[in-house]
Design a protein around this ligand. Structure first.
Ligand code: NDP
Length: 225
């Protein structure tokens, strides 16, 4: 059985992944900003709920101190934010844009750096970042400039680092989860969270060092960059 660390585990896709890995017998380190309020997580068997503010270096370091050298087989960088409200060619909330980068781009990288050794000792570790189709150069849709650029940046950084982490035996991949009915996706989205999570887990199962650095869709298709 594996040890799986998931960020943004208190709701949406992260919560569904947490439940499914735990039900499958894995040990899940479920991270969220407010663990005391994580009613859907607290009490779940095989789930250790940990406080983590992904964009705060001190918080990530505190989590590392809590976990120590424990092997981690799978790190899922799932926490993400759509901020800000104003992010068009006409109006931009620059502080919100910076926050989008802090949460969607820099935090996954900091998690990777901080837990690199835990993944290395796991032997066959995997780092998955839940990105978005919005980050693909291929998608010609001029909306959500801040969010889209933060996802494009995380795609690039994960692609680069996959080349280096191959030496550790750690595979790195990016997965677009689909347009999912969560707080972020809204009720008008295309697929249910159960379908997204099941698909993501199936894709993760197939990730290996041979395909490291790939950009996939939840349904198993390769995503164009
Ligand atoms: P939700 O809004 O349901 O959940 C987002 C999660 O991220 C929550 O756990 C939330 O924690 C956490 N989070 C948000 N902002 C921050 C922050 N500033 N610092 C730390 N944690 C934060 O969204 P989804 O489940 O839909 O999203 C999961 C991932 O999937 C994200 O990376 C998103 O970009 C990506 N995605 C989603 C799509 C969709 O259609 N839903 C489409 C493409 C990509 P809290 O409860 O504390 O706010």
């Amino acid at each position: 059985m594996a040890t799986v660390l998931i960020t943004g585990a208190n709701r949406g896709i992260g919560l569904e992944l947490t439940k499914r890995y735990a039900e499958g017998g894995d040990d899940v380190i479920a991270c969220c900003r407010e663990p005391q309020k994580a009613d859907d997580l607290n009490g779940l068997p095989k789930v250790e709920v940990c406080g983590l503010r992904v964009s705060d270096g001190g918080s990530v370091a505190a989590l590392k101190a809590e976990i120590g050298e424990r092997p981690i087989d799978l790190l899922i960088n799932n926490a993400g934010t759509p901020v800000p409200v104003k992010q068009t060619a006409l109006e931009m909330d620059y502080d919100g844009w910076a926050e989008a980068f802090a949460v969607n781009t820099m935090a996954p990288f900091r998690m990777l750096q901080t837990f690199r050794e835990n993944l290395k000792v796991a032997d066959g570790g995997k780092i998955i970042t839940i990105t978005s189709q919005m980050g693909a150069m291929d998608l010609n849709w001029p909306v959500m400039y801040a969010y889209s650029s933060s996802k494009a940046a995380v795609n690039k950084i994960m692609r680069m680092v996959s080349l280096e982490l191959a030496a550790d035996g750690t595979a790195v991949a990016l997965i677009h989860p689909g347009y999912v009915k969560t707080q972020m996706g809204g009720e008008g989205a295309e697929i249910e969270v159960e379908e997204s999570a099941a698909g993501i887990m199936s894709v993760i199962e197939g990730i290996s060092l041979e395909g490291t650095g790939c950009f996939m869709k939840w349904n198993g298709e390769v995503h164009p960059w």
